[in-house]
Every structure is written in C-alpha cells, then in structure tokens.
Design a protein around this ligand. Structure first.
Ligand SMILES: [Zn+2]
Length: 186
C-alpha cells in the first residue's frame, strides 16, 4: 500500500500482483477489485515453473504450497465479502474480454476514458525508473555504453502499448522535448 500511495496515481488504475494482498489492507483505497485464479490454473502455473528447473525441494513442497494458495484465496474471498469488495474468479481458460469488462464495472471505469496527462505522468515515472535501473546496471557490470532498450510511449492514451528504443541519455534528450510519443499524434 505504501508503494501504491507513493506513486501518486490519481485516477490512473494500477495492477498489483501477489498472493498476500488482502482486502483489509486496502480500506483507504476508494475502488479496488480482486482477481482470484482458479485452483487448477494455480496448480498448472506452479507445475510449469517446476518443470523448467531441477528443484526437488520445490517439488516436495508443491502440495503444501497449493494448500497455502487455497487458504490465502479463501481469506481474500472472506475479507472481500465482509467489506463489500468485488472479487472476480478467473477460470483456467479465461475469457479476458469478459474479465476486463467485469474489472471496469467493479471500478466504475468507462472504457477509454482513463487517458491524458495523468497517465502520461505515470509512464514517465516508469521510464525514469527504467533509466535509473539501466544506469545502475551499466555501472554494476562496468559497461562503456548501454545498448538501446524499450521505453513506454507517454502519449497518455489508454491501452497504448507502443515503445521507443533508446539509451537513458537519448531518453533524457527526448524528455527535454516534452512527453515521449513513439508514434504520430493520436
Ligand atoms: Zn502512445
């Protein structure tokens, strides 16, 4: 919650991921919705992760972790019900268009209306963080020059996923010219 507050998100919605984000932590948030994955999907995700690595102790604790996931999910359901908060159960084969509509309904978001300066500001916040991270990594590995990497378009249009590739120094130059837009004006 401290991380979310520090962002100064205003009206811009944020996705927060993690198994231990309980409704009781978000009493100060005016609108929130919880997405709960189907137990079968959780099992599949954990098994896929294990299949990629040689991790006997992880395999041994699989059932225990799945049982814990179920307990945490039940706690989210209970706290949400107590607080009249919305919960969306996401099936193993999600219909994402329906999930999106359910999230928008729960948050009172009109599709496409979350746009503008506020969203531009959040993209810039992320891009500045990407600059910091890039420069820290450069110093850490002792690289003379950073390769270009993607920065998010700052046009402020909801759903814009266009990126622009550059180095932190190049980004700083672009930033001096206003919001970074990576496509013709929309
Ligand atoms: Zn854009």
């Amino acid at each position: 919650m401290a991380d979310v507050r520090e962002r100064g998100l205003g009206d811009v919605p944020a996705v927060v991921e993690g198994p231990q984000l309980f409704p009781s932590m978000a009493d100060s948030v005016p609108a929130a919705v919880w997405l709960l994955p189907d137990a079968e999907q959780t099992r599949r995700a954990r098994e896929e992760r294990l299949a990629r690595v040689d991790d006997p102790s992880g395999r041994a604790s699989l059932e225990r972790l799945l049982a814990r996931d179920a307990v945490l999910a039940e706690l989210v359901r209970r706290e949400a019900a107590e607080r009249a908060r919305a919960v969306i159960e996401v099936s193993a084969e999600p219909d994402w268009a329906r999930v999106t509509r359910a999230v928008e309904d729960a948050l009172g978001v009109l599709p496409g209306l979350r746009a503008g300066e506020e969203l531009s500001r959040q993209r810039r916040y992320e891009n500045l963080a990407a600059c910091r991270q890039g420069r820290l990594w450069q110093a850490d590995v002792g690289l003379a020059e950073l390769p270009p990497y993607p920065f998010a378009c700052e046009c402020g249009a909801s759903g814009c996923a266009v990126t622009w590739a550059g180095t932190p120094d190049e980004y700083d130059v672009r930033r001096g010219e206003g919001w970074l837009t990576a496509h013709p004006a929309c």
